[in-house]
Design a protein. Structure first.
Length: 66
């Protein structure tokens, strides 16, 4: 039970982190520009969003030192 509570606290801190929010917004903005600016296909836009979110999570975890 303690382990689950610790993970939930860590997830809450990750979501509340300002850096993660900015990184996710940047990924969404880049995907939006590609979608509407260049008329890209849906699978390319979805791939960009997934890569952006994974990169944002990895960057946040590396900065936190975990």
């Amino acid at each position: 039970m303690q382990r689950g509570t610790t993970r939930l606290k860590a997830l809450r801190q990750l979501i509340a982190d300002e850096g993660l929010t900015i990184a996710i917004l940047a990924a969404v903005a880049a995907a939006t520009m590609i979608a509407f600016g260049f008329g890209a296909e849906a699978d390319i836009v979805a791939s960009m969003l997934i890569i952006g979110l994974v990169t944002a999570l990895a960057e946040t975890r590396l900065r936190s030192g975990k």
